[in-house]
Design a protein around this ligand. Sequence first.
Ligand code: CUV
Ligand code: SF4
Length: 638
Amino acid sequence: MGETKELKKKLTPAHDCTTCEATAQMIDKARRDGVELVFDRAATMKACPIGADSACCKHCSMGPCRLNAKDPYGKVGVCGATIDTIQARNFARMVASGAAAHTDHGMSILHLFGEVVKGHNKDYEIKDTQKLLQVAQTLEIETDGRAYQDIGLDIYEELMKTYTQVEGEFPFAKAVPEKTLETWRKHNIVPRGAMREIMEIMHRTHMGVDQDYENIVNQCSRTALSDGWGGSMVATEISDIMFGTPRPVMAEVNMGVLKEDHVNIIVHGHEPNLFESIMVSTSDATMVEAAKAAGAKGINLVGMCCSGAEMMSRHGVPHAGNFMSTEAVLVTGAVDAMAVDVQCIKQGLGKVADCYGTELFTTNPRCHIEGVKHIEFDEDDPMACTDEVVIKAISRFKNRKGDIQIPKNKNVGIHGFSKEYIGYMLGGSFRESYVPLNENIINGRIRGVAGVVGCTQPRTKQDYMHVELVKELIKNDVLVLQTGCSQIALAKAGLLIPEAAHLAGDGLAEVCETVGMPPILGLGSCVDNSRILTAASEMVRTGGLGHSIADLPAAGAAPEWMSEKAISIGHYFVASGVYTVFGTTFPITEGTKFHKHLFEELEEMGLGKWGFSNDPIEMAHMMIAHIDKKREQLGINK
Ligand code: CUV
Ligand code: SF4
């Protein structure tokens, strides 16, 4: 009893945890039900202050060593490592882990593509031949008079080098604007192959190897670039070829997409193949019949997190919420099954699913959770897994116990703005062209472009910074591109619609109204951040805005980031030439040489640089000031 009171005292009121009304409702319900969620665990688990400053090292057993962030140069580790070495090594390992996640994801998709073009796998196919030809051209693969299958085989073999190549420049170096590539060559940061780069980071950050923070950061850049222009870009391009390049599609978001009288199935994770296959299972006539026989009106398939964002952008599949809502959605009691694959899958889901009788399944050999049932997804027999998930969901529907409470919140928005479609939309009918976009930037109607991306997390109020930051940016005529959990935050705020132009400045509003587009464009999942890179390259190639990505009036932000993947993404944007601002927290000790290197010196080297702010309005104006500085340098500031 005393203990419960103690716990209650520490809990943060639901509306201070999140600005998402549906999630707040479920936080309150969970508390009434005595179920603990991520928000409550965050309140009782104070972040370690030394770790938060990245001032500790446990790379060998002479330590772990803790330095004092208030007096960073007052002490060194047992081996003599300085604060700069320790921070750079910690940062590098975050980059390595994040890049590994995207790389492993991309390599899986590419492997599947290989099986398809070799004729070994008949469950998937080449769906978008246009995209196939376009990727072949980028890679300088001959297309004239050749069968799609053969071209595909060459693409497969060439792109495999993204991962396995040991020497030389990686394949998508061919997609990089010439001057940006020159800068990379000058600093020796053109990736060879992702596996080599990640291995080298792990080696160099071992005790007693690389102890020069600048040299470590160089390898961070090379590794992060092998994610952005490598692992992630391959995942995006190959998924487009196999599943179709997104074009705008209406989709519903938030927990109101759950239907009390339907069998509700959520897929949460990152790889599109599981989701594509479960779509086939849930629309199968015998499954729908079985659901009806169990008393349901039908089967309702819904996404969450990144694979959800990808499927929403590609097919208009409804989306139930971002990372901070994955446990909360189970509190509705309406989720009959949740199937997860990899990344951002909280172990806490297991307990919450148990409490509400949701069938939770892991499906990927890389991601088991103790106590959670595993049904392995095999690409050579995908329906075996996805059919079983659906059958389990139907039987849970039949045996639903306990009350069901689905928040009514639901918003409709437009998603699926691929780099190709942006060119098509602005270029006018039948032509794809970035000329009108560049013209509108040069004439000042559009001040610049911002990518706002990344996670939500419990150390800050869910969705708040995303929404306020993006509103401030469009108000100042900055066109916003979005991916991942950030895109879902804005979609839930009802702003991914053309009518949001009334919140935009006059110039941006005019462009949006003429074209009929929203001022905020949703691109998809985290690996689809590569679409921002290819769009930026297109802007450079089109002309009038300088010669490298670093010249563009553009900036990026991840205001509520939490994952190591976000650090890899942030750093590949920085290495590509983009000023990138993070919020909530940053793993660094201020006033150190390492800090100065990331936040200032990288820009002097011709790359981008890092920034940090905890206030969304300040963050917006840091980005706008940078955009204006670039406009000034281009001589296009009015
Ligand atoms: Ni890959 S990495 S919380 S699901 S955006 Fe969402 Fe996105 Fe961050 Fe994870
Ligand atoms: Fe300490 Fe150096 Fe070992 Fe790190 S590598 S734990 S700083 S002795």
